[in-house]
Design a protein around this ligand. Sequence first.
Ligand code: ADP
Ligand code: MG
Length: 378
Amino acid sequence: MGKLDVAILRYLTAEDFRVLTAVEMGMKNHELVPGSLVASIANLRHGGVYKLMKELCKHRLLTYERGKHYDGYRLTNAGYDYLALKALANRKVIASFGNQIGVGKESNIYTVADEDHNPLCLKLHRLGRTCFRNIKDKRDYHAHRNTASWLYLSRISATKEFAYMKALYDREFPVPKPIDFNRHCVVMELVRGGPLTHVTAVDDPEALYDELMNLIVRLGNCGVIHGDFNEFNIMIDEAGHPIIIDFPQMVSTSHTNAELYFDRDVRCVREFFKKRFGYESELFPRFSDLQRDDRLDADVACSGYKRSKGDDQQLLQEMGIDLAVEGEESSSEEEEMTPPQPVSNYTDDELTKLREQVEASIHDDETKPIGEVVVKTK
Ligand code: ADP
Ligand code: MG
């Protein structure tokens, strides 16, 4: 699990890619996608689809499973990775792979390089699987929906991360330069340096402390709270300055619990400085000090991901994903982020629509130029 077999990127053909994309589309509505549906929406000539699916199962990009009501295919982690990496390779964002450099609780981090051998950082978001099981045990959420939701959650997480990173980068916050994203993968600048947690001593703790607190305040004045501002998500570059990473959990300062999250971020820094550097200060920011001078939160909310409603909202919140910015209506791409639907039979119209989505997705993955991502910022 979690290991990237990049050689596969070279073996597989455009038809394989199409079949996987069809399964991905089918998974929006089915936990297991029946072979006949894959064949239908992949829209390939001569019924070669079954053979292709068999091969893809052999490579463990798909699995064939027996469900309660019917049998069908689903994408594996590796299958989903493949789709995203192939798309990023098609777009010439990434050209080669290096090592895994991090395993977060909800991500795997790799070094990659572009065509000119510039090193970059690739973050694969992996949400949902285990957490979903827990939620399911407790509450019996719509069981049929659970398996497919890891695709959805991981994709939202990556989309959200990219949107925040871009909005922050555009405002000259010290964050890695966002390069591109696809599905659950984000490509960004590789930070030279290491996480603050590896730093055992600094020349001037006070200066670094101030720099970090000022960042928290600057973020707050833009309308956002990092939400996980700790020594693992603060990188220290070669010049000793902080670079902030890891944004999927960011929230708006108009969030109901904003003050709580804000205080927690501040406390994280204070406690770390006390414990690690023996540095304490009476001076630290409070939520009431913030003076809003930007609408970064609103910009991000209407950029790349859509608010979901009802229990999806609740579910996402339990997963620590907050899509809502109070008082802001989102106006993003139609269909972009609808969660997986209950199993249903498709009408001809729906089938046509699915086929169109497969075409559009493949077209996008082949052609979308860098820089023209769906994220809108000021
Ligand atoms: P998670 O959400 O799983 O915590 P992070 O984004 O915090 O993932 O990344 C996990 C680790 O990977 C970080 O602590 C850091 O060591 C490394 N890392 C992440 N992004 C970068 C980057 N852009 N450059 C260098 N290292 C990075
Ligand atoms: Mg982290």
